[in-house]
Design a protein around this ligand. Structure first.
Ligand SMILES: [Zn+2]
Length: 391
């Protein structure tokens, strides 16, 4: 049975419709052989949902508030928070402070006993969890372009960037994915280079010795979707899904050994489907018809879904709690404010953040973390910071 799939799968991929770019690897992967190694922790969901702005270890949250250059910590137990700097007599006011990242969108990840972060778009740094011993880890190829991103998983650093280029008057986006050894200074390995007409989005998931990344490109009516798997042990890349999904956009997905769970949205409809990696069959778990202007995310245990509006509304902000059957179990109404964004799904609930709009005469913005409990109880602000974004 297992052997048979080797030959059936490529056919399925062809039948479901190849949309863009050349296949990077002619041979396919034996799905039946995939087994997740759970001996080590995988790169966390909070790291990926927050776009590496938020991470947690031993009850302490480490975060870079949106649009700022500062690494903060927040001890959930004691409620104490501040800039993550262990330098004696530091005023924590600018370059020289350990908590300062030298620029916007530095990203942050807790890995082992260190907080890692990127400065100057290409130098990976780290310091101890108490904000001491700040040091350079290694350089990576510059993340200059669009949606530059990096993440560490099992002693490897993965980076991605999209570069806008013009060739013979045509504008296109070139997507690059690299892998580096965390310890060492040798050149990175190019895992994928692909060309897209429309700026693609890319989302990662990691399980054991496998890295998954989904690329979506194009708009309504011309939307393409590819899911790749990178077999870390065997250093091989394969395309698992390559389809045209004109209507459905993937909001969120989770990988399992034999199937992928996908939370998809068309204009107003949200649905949860399971995609069988061996047969290519889709099974719809539910559809929910009232999701216009809402974003949606799955909890870490895949049992709860939060829907929250992402458009600015002068009246209020709304969020809904759905169960795995697509039934509404809770509803939250929040005072008006800027749209919220997802950071994490903890044991208690979803963590989202919002921040004030910038005002010309102010150097600070208010930045808040909200918790939306899975039992539908009141949404509450769990952390509130005043952040100086000019320094
Ligand atoms: Zn400092």
């Amino acid at each position: 049975m297992r052997r048979k799939w080797r030959y059936v799968l490529p056919l399925l991929l062809v039948m479901t419709g190849c949309v863009s770019g050349a296949d990077t690897q002619p041979e396919t992967i034996d799905i039946g052989q995939i087994q997740f190694d759970t001996s080590e922790k995988d790169a966390g969901l909070e790291t990926m949902l927050s776009n590496i702005s938020y991470d947690e270890k031993d009850g302490v949250v480490y975060l870079i508030p949106a649009s700022t250059s500062w690494i903060y910590y927040w001890d959930k137990e004691s409620g104490v928070s501040g800039k993550l700097c262990g330098r004696p007599e530091c005023e924590h006011e600018g370059v020289g402070c350990n908590a300062h990242t030298n620029g916007m969108n530095a990203g942050l990840q807790v890995y082992g006993e260190h907080v890692y972060f990127m400065i100057d778009n290409g130098v990976l740094m780290r310091m101890k969890l108490d904000g001491t011993e700040r040091e350079i880890v290694r350089p990576v190829k510059k993340l200059i372009g669009t949606n530059g991103y990096w993440i560490i998983h099992r002693d490897k650093v993965y980076t991605t960037v999209m570069e806008q280029q013009v060739e013979e008057g045509e504008r296109y986006n070139e997507l690059y994915i690299y892998q580096y050894d965390l310890e060492g200074n040798e050149e990175g390995k190019l895992l994928l280079q692909e060309r897209y007409e429309k700026l693609p989005t890319l989302t990662w998931r990691y399980k054991g010795d496998y890295a998954y990344f989904m690329v979506q490109s194009g708009g309504v009516g011309e939307r393409s979707r590819q899911l790749y798997i990178y077999d870390i042990e065997n250093d091989s890349l394969h395309k698992l899904i390559d389809v045209q999904k004109d209507k459905w956009l993937v909001m969120e997905y989770r990988v399992h050994e034999k199937e992928i769970l996908l939370l998809e949205k068309s204009q107003a409809t949200l649905r949860l489907i399971r995609y069988d990696l061996q047969s290519g069959e889709e099974t719809e778990e539910f559809t929910y018809p009232n999701a216009y202007r809402y974003s949606a995310y799955l909890s870490a245990d895949e049992e709860k879904i939060i829907l929250y509006d992402f458009l600015w509304d002068p009246e209020a902000r709304w969020a809904y709690l759905l169960n795995r059957e697509g039934e509404v179990e809770g509803e939250w109404t929040l005072p008006p404010g800027d749209p919220m964004w997802i950071y994490d799904s903890t044991e208690e609930g979803f963590i989202l953040y919002d921040s004030d709009r910038w005002e010309d005469d102010s150097d600070t913005i208010g930045y808040r973390l909200w918790q939306f409990p899975y039992d539908g109880g009141e949404a509450e602000i769990v952390l509130s910071l005043e952040v100086n974004f000019r320094s």
